[in-house]
Design a protein around this ligand. Sequence first.
Ligand SMILES: [Zn+2]
Length: 394
Amino acid sequence: MQIAHSRSIFEQFILPSWVQDRALSANLRISNYVVNAVAVRPALADVFRVSHENLLALRNDQENSTKVFCTPFLAFAPTLSTIADWRSFIEGTMPTVTMDRLQAGLPHDLSVVERLALEHTNRSYITALYDMLNMSVLAAPLLGVSNELAAYLRSVPQHEMDVAISDRLVPLFQWRFADEMFWLETHAGRLSRELIAHYLMESSPLRTDRLPHSGPWGKFRLETFVRDALFEAFLYFSCRAKSVASLFNTSVDTAREAYRRIHGKPSPSGQPPSSLTWFIETAPRRVQSTFQMWLFRSAIACDVSTPESFVAAMDINRAFFADDCKVPPERSMHLARSMSMNEELAVWPCRKCGTPYLASNSSDRIELSQSFTCPCCNGTLTATRGGNRRRGPK
Ligand SMILES: [Zn+2]
């Protein structure tokens, strides 16, 4: 087979475009099934955690549906959230409470066609799940599961999963954005990429405040070809040649030359960013910086090397925020590097919704952990909202 274009060596560290396409295709296919299934069987709204009206309205709204469905994140999370649940499903052992609830939630009089449609959609969902698990170190945040569950699912041969899908009919997916505020914001026309990022973090079992920090940056112990590939990846994401040279211990000239080869223009000069409060100065910046650290630390937690974790996080961040990106990788590099060395910025859970966010821990700008609220709950992200959420912490 002839490959039409040459691939850069660093592309092994980023999510291939065909996997992103699979995510989009799964999002559209599953939401299409859910819209129709819930229209016929309103009781299924509880199983899938979404109403026919809400999902149909989102699907018909092209601008918002693009933001939700055209990302590497699956808009449906697994209904089975623990390893024990999946074992019970795959091995057919004693059902867990979740398995019991899911089986009981299905209407008893489903027709053969309805059963087949659900089984078929389960298969589409599992295929997308396996693509992510096998192709990305960030599968856990992309799917909305813990790193432990992702590791377990990676170990299950797909034929065993196939047999289980034929043997036991349970819905394997549910709407990921179960927070009712998601729909209020969507109907009010306030759905931004930052808000979606917030709900992705809020609903994820991966919590930035409990994920490990990276070790010190620099002096990476990597095979030469891995090191060369990652060096190129940093430049590809437009990190400055000077910063990348110091990180990978090469000459600045080599980095400048590589930058020019990749981008067709010289690396920007000037001082590298120094302020850390910059990252939390505005609500969108705080959300985007937190989102990047959430991804970065999720990879670090899987024992992925620091530069590879960073490249994977930047890749997903770029695919997700696209033109709305407010924290460029040169800044992100400074952020991740600084957070491994000092505690000027901390990660605190919001006291209303429990989602961990970057917060100032320095005397320049005092934020107190006991009274910290996230940009979504305190209304700064959606200017018209006035901190009126009444919810207990998670
Ligand atoms: Zn909050």
